[in-house]
Design a protein around this ligand. Structure first.
Ligand code: FAD
Length: 307
């Protein structure tokens, strides 16, 4: 593991990171290097790559991590869905062989029709414990947390207790699930303090660019609250099809502009809360990230510190 721990950096200064996913098509894969080049211009602390629960896209995930490593530090997401201890040990060794020692340790969402992980680990905390016992300090370990409460949590206090368990078992820092409600975020963070959770917090922000995107991200798995300012963006551009059911491009474009401005403002409002890092879900769209960083002014401010 690198001597220079990312979580230590987070305690010293604000950090910036991005998240991409392994493209499904060859065309998407061939565009990715230029996307990563554009993201790399901001000198992010790391870029992470998602991992399909069950390891379905492990080959592409490693290919993408290799491309990221040519530009900046690579972090892999990793879920324990469907994996035995031997599987996890073998896959993590491959990452270390590839020079990737930064991991977001996740349980993963259950694939359609599943009611459990179908593997040796039932929660992310057990995965964190296993990584530490097998690999010592060789990995920097991030864990997920939902400031609005994970959709399956039995209570907010239990959710936070399980997050504390991840810290006690060796996790280094937190990356948050979407949270548009900053009042909720503040309440959650106070609860972390009271629970003795000292891991730095990397705030996950997804640029708002389409009605379907917001609705899918908020409602399909996350039960993420939509505050009035975001609801207004949706309402202003709700009617985006003509009576024949065809898309109205001007309405979609107007949504995107207002959504990007909303995202930039959200980013700046988060910064006033004294968080440790911004993690932009880039979704392989460098242009959206560039717009948010420009509109918020954060991209320039972030890069100024390296001059
Ligand atoms: P856990 O920490 O295991 O928590 C899941 C639920 O179980 C929670 O309700 C929690 O309260 C409860 N719980 C936790 N520990 C215990 C315990 N010991 N006993 C009883 N209950 C417990 N998914 C992917 O498939 N691939 C990705 O690449 C991916 N990337 C992500 C990136 C980020 C930044 C985030 C925030 C999420 C990502 N996810 C990804 C989604 C994630 O896998 C889901 O949110 C998943 O449902 C929960 O994962 P977790 O690691 O938080 O699980």
């Amino acid at each position: 593991m690198a001597n220079n721990r990312f979580s230590d950096k987070m305690r010293e200064r604000l950090t910036l990171s991005f998240e991409v996913f392994p493209p499904k098509t060859d065309a998407g894969m061939s565009k990715l290097p230029s996307v990563l080049d554009e993201l790399g211009e901001y000198q992010p602390d790391y870029i992470s790559c998602t991992y399909g629960a069950g390891g379905s896209n492990i080959g592409k995930n490693r290919e993408v991590l290799a491309l990221i490593s040519e530009r900046t530090e690579a972090c892999t997401h990793f879920t324990c869905i469907g994996l035995t201890k031997d599987d996890v040990r073998a896959q993590l060794k491959h990452y270390l062989d590839d020079g990737v020692s930064h991991i977001l340790a996740l349980r993963g969402d259950y694939p359609f029709g599943w009611e459990g992980t179908g593997g040796d680990f039932h929660h992310a905390s057990a995965l964190v414990e296993f990584i530490r016992s097998e690999f010592g300090d060789r990995f920097e370990i991030a864990v997920a947390a939902a400031p609005g409460g994970h959709v399956e949590c039995t209570s907010e206090d239990n959710d936070i207790a399980y997050l504390k368990l991840k810290q006690d078992l060796g996790a280094d820092y937190i990356i948050t699930q979407l949270c548009y409600d900053l009042e909720q975020f503040k309440v959650w963070r106070d609860k972390l303090d009271k629970a003795g959770i000292t891991m730095p917090v990397d705030v996950g922000i997804m640029p708002v660019t389409s009605k379907s995107g917001v609705m899918t991200q908020c409602f399909s798995r996350n039960a993420c609250a939509v505050p009035r300012d975001l609801a207004l963006v949706l309402t202003h551009h709700w009617f985006d099809k003509d009576p024949d059911g065809n898309d109205i491009p001007e309405v979609k474009a107007a949504f995107r502009e207002e959504g990007l401005a909303y995202s930039a403002d959200l980013l700046n409002r988060y910064l006033t809360l004294g968080i440790n890092g911004i993690h932009l879900y880039a979704l392989n769209r460098a242009e959206d990230v560039r717009r948010v960083l420009e509109m918020s002014g954060f991209g320039e401010r972030f890069m100024e510190q390296f001059i």
